[in-house]
Design a protein around this ligand. Structure first.
Ligand code: SF4
Length: 342
């Protein structure tokens, strides 16, 4: 359990994100987490890089509704302070915590407060001795780092663990998670590290995570993006919905538009998406450019628009409801969705 959220076993794949704010800026951090909550983020991680940030966790936790994870690097004292401040889980990187006695202190505190620890190994911060052995970051190196750390935790009778080993490319990430899944039954947090800008990052992450999730590997995911963290959550749900693993919020299907289209379909689809952001019911909405595929797709969806000449037909539950001018299409569609929800 991470706070009230179950990870692993038969629980749904949990969607996580990480804030981009300085955690010690409590107001900004709470604001970002609230935005993440609105799009369905289920666990949020924040960077704890000093004692002020660790102390800020108390206030942040009081003002949010999802479990809070403290992300710790280098200084074991930040882990201890975060646990005391109420973190629901901590993530540590064994590669940079240092001496074993420091890890033992963290284990003791996590036991006392009964919270899980994620052992998060990253290709960019592998332990020096592992790097020296394998010359360069690799799936084998990541796996060895995880194995040694898990053994240490188990020797110290701590098994309330989540494991992750993120590479920055698809093949390394897939290979290491497959190895981990073969050897351990701990819940796995999946992700590709340093994935990139939204388009590149979402595609790279989807490539790696689709392979793993389709093989039943992975219990929680984060799609790291060099962008607004809200996009990480939206992308994560898009991926899970595409694989049929979760249903959250609307699925919008839209045609690519072509020379036959006589409305501004790109703008129209963006407006529909924007208007439905945060809507949590699992509906399918079609936004289509002309009569070729429009009526068919709009009928098959829960709600739809089949555009015509500067206008369009609104569909609801498979039936054509009314014709609207282009400028009114979004409002008409939303009114039907609202009616349908009632
Ligand atoms: Fe073009 Fe019509 Fe197909 Fe859209 S539905 S891509 S506008 S033919």
């Amino acid at each position: 359990m991470v706070g009230k959220v179950w990870i692993g076993g038969n629980a749904p794949i949990v969607v996580q994100a990480m804030t981009k704010t300085k955690t010690e800026d409590i107001t900004k951090t709470i604001t970002e987490i609230k935005r993440l909550e609105r799009v369905g983020c289920e666990i949020v991680r924040v960077a704890v890089r000093n004692q002020v940030a660790a102390q800020a966790l108390k206030k942040i936790k009081q003002n949010i509704n999802i479990p809070l994870v403290a992300d710790i690097h280098f200084d074991y004292r930040l882990a201890l302070a975060s646990i005391k401040a109420g973190a629901d889980k901590i993530r540590i990187n064994p590669g940079n915590i240092g001496h074993d006695w420091k890890l033992k202190e963290i284990i003791k505190a996590a036991k006392d407060y009964n919270i899980p620890i994620r052992i998060g190994v990253n290709v960019g911060s592998l332990e020096k001795r592992v790097l020296a052995k394998y010359q360069k970051p690799s799936a084998q190196g990541l796996f060895e780092s995880i194995t040694q750390t898990v053994r240490f935790f188990e020797d110290n009778e701590f098994t309330n663990l989540v494991l992750s080993a993120k590479g920055s490319d698809v093949s390394t990430t897939v290979e290491v998670y497959q190895k981990i899944a073969e050897h351990y039954s701990y819940p796995l947090h999946l992700g590709l590290t340093e994935a990139g800008l939204p388009l590149e990052g979402a595609i790279r992450s989807a490539c790696a995570l689709s392979i793993l999730l389709s093989q039943g590997i992975g219990d929680t995911i984060r799609i790291s993006l060099t962008s607004d963290s809200v996009k990480e959550v939206v992308a994560a749900y898009e991926l899970l919905q595409s694989l049929g693993l979760r249903q959250y919020g609307p699925i919008i299907i839209s045609c690519p538009t072509c020379g036959r289209c006589e409305v501004n379909l790109i703008k129209l689809t963006e407006q529909v998406k924007e208007a439905l952001t945060g809507y949590d019911k699992p509906i399918k909405v079609a936004v289509m450019g002309c009569v070729v595929n429009g009526p068919g797709e709009a009928k098959n969806a829960d709600f739809g628009i089949a555009a015509g000449k500067k206008s369009g037909i609104i569909f609801s539950q498979g039936k054509a409801i009314k014709k609207c001018a282009e400028k009114d299409l979004v409002a008409c569609l939303l009114a039907e969705i609202k009616k349908g929800a009632r």
